[in-house]
Design a protein around this ligand. Structure first.
Ligand code: ZN
Length: 468
């Protein structure tokens, strides 16, 4: 019995050895793959792909439990930028046998196109108005530019954009519509922002204000400033208007009151006198005729005429209190003391100082040589420093000594003013025969298109030039 057992064991060992030898000699293996991951993999277009681990084993057919790992050759061809099915092949071999496995990789596109909106932060839509598209573009990774396929619709104050690519992926985005009004009305002038207006005419201010939301708001415009067409000069009008959103607009227009004929500045020195009220009576008849008085203080009983002339719109300037050359041109101080005394009388009459004055004898006088060398040069500079403006004249009525005849005074004036576009005429309301000539001068001037204006600090000064 023992022998039988031993023989049996020997037989088994032999069989094993034979099997092993046969496996080696005849390459009796089965090749099996052990694959991680799925056999069929779906990848998104463009997304990186890494192939999972794959192992292969050679299993002896006669003794399958004695497997051994063998080398796997991989044919790796997955291109994630290529749509559709691709195959990865795995090869493994023993001496005589070869095993093969595959994995399917399917590249698909599930990414919708991207819509980019043009969105200016300053863009807005007027309330009650239709939204005007600001612009957009759409790009798909596969289809490229698909802007022309974008569809939009408006829902609840939003614009909703959609676009679908060739693989059925739909992209969508939306924008909030900003309803607002940030622009004020536009003010416009039919006649431009610099208007010339004939003196003594009526100026009809023409303007219009239109708002993009409210429409015509002309009746809400506030105008500041006034044009006095009776007085030459440049006037500024300021316009302000707001829309219902509180956007304010301002605009400015300048209106220049001009004359196509000459301007005559009649100036009367050495008053007020006993004749001044007569002159003022004449002037009162001509509403738009204004003149200038360079006053002195020698007839206190006539001072009231300074007030009357001022209230009638005529200009008042200082001439002198005493008109005494020997006194006023003796020193700078003496001149200004006399000047201040006259200025005080003017303030008493009119309630305000004047900046206008005329030197007794004019700025070109040589009489001052007798009293003080260089005084006119100094006084002219000092007057400038004080903010005063002095006037001379370019037309003489002749009433300072050449004539005492009313007709001659009239002729001197009308002959003289025809030489100049702007005349400053020297007259004296201390002379009765001059006062008598003035109405005819006015009638002739108005009939010939002249304007009679009062001087102001910006008027033509007719300076002669200083001789001392
Ligand atoms: Zn004088």
């Amino acid at each position: 019995m023992k022998k039988t057992r031993i023989l049996a064991i020997i037989a088994i060992v032999l069989a094993i050895l034979t099997g092993y030898l046969a496996t080696i000699v005849f390459d009796l293996y089965t090749i099996r793959f052990d694959m991680r991951g799925q056999r069929e993999v779906i990848r998104e277009y463009g997304e990186p792909y890494e192939d999972p681990e794959v192992k292969a084993y050679a299993h002896p057919m006669l003794m399958p439990f004695l497997r051994k790992e063998i080398y796997v050759d991989r044919f790796f061809h997955v291109d994630v930028n290529k749509m559709g099915e691709q195959e990865v092949e795995y090869h493994a071999k023993t001496a005589k046998r070869e095993g093969k496995a595959t994995r399917k990789v399917i590249v698909e596109d599930h990414t919708p196109p991207e819509i980019t909106l043009v969105a200016d932060p300053d863009y807005y839509t007027l309330p009650g108005h239709e939204y005007v598209e600001e612009g957009f573009s759409a790009f798909d990774r596969l289809d490229g530019d698909v802007s022309d396929k974008v569809e939009s619709r408006i829902e609840n104050d939003k614009v909703i954009y959609t676009v679908t690519d060739a693989h059925g992926n739909t992209g969508t985005t939306e924008r909030e519509i900003v309803y607002d009004d940030r622009k004020g009305p536009v003010i416009s002038f039919d006649d431009g922002d610099y208007v010339k207006c004939m003196v003594n005419s009526t100026y009809n201010d023409k303007y219009k204000a239109v708002d993009d939301l409210d429409g015509d708001v002309t009746d809400k415009v506030k105008v500041e400033g006034k044009v006095d067409t009776g007085t030459l000069g440049v006037y500024t009008l300021k316009y302000t208007v707001s829309d219902s959103y509180g956007n304010e607009t301002t605009a400015e227009k300048k209106v220049e009151v001009i004359t196509n004929q000459g301007v005559i500045y009649l100036t009367f020195d050495d008053g007020p006198s006993a004749y001044t009220s007569r002159l003022l009576d004449v002037l009162d008849k001509y509403k738009n005729v204004k003149v200038t008085f360079f006053v002195i203080g020698v007839v206190p009983s006539a001072y009231g005429n300074i007030k009357r002339a001022f209230n009638a719109g005529h200009a008042i300037g200082v001439h002198s209190l005493t008109h005494d050359y020997s006194k006023i041109y003796s020193s700078d101080q003496a001149f200004w003391d006399d000047f201040e005394a006259m200025e005080n009388i003017i303030v008493q009459q009119t309630g305000q100082r004047t900046k206008l004055f005329r030197f007794p004898g004019g700025s070109s006088n040589t009489v001052s040589w007798n009293y003080n060398t260089g005084i006119m040069t100094r006084l002219a500079q000092q007057s400038k420093d004080k903010g005063l403006v002095y006037f001379d004249w370019n037309v003489e009525s002749g009433d300072a000594g050449r004539t005492t005849d009313t007709n001659e005074v009239y002729r001197n004036i009308i002959n003289g003013v025809q030489y100049y576009k702007t005349s400053v005429v020297l007259c004296h309301d201390s002379k009765s025969y001059t006062v008598d000539a003035i109405e005819d001068v006015i009638i002739w001037g108005l009939n010939n298109g002249y304007t009679f204006q009062a001087l102001n600090e910006n008027s033509f000064t007719a300076h002669h030039g200083i001789n001392n």
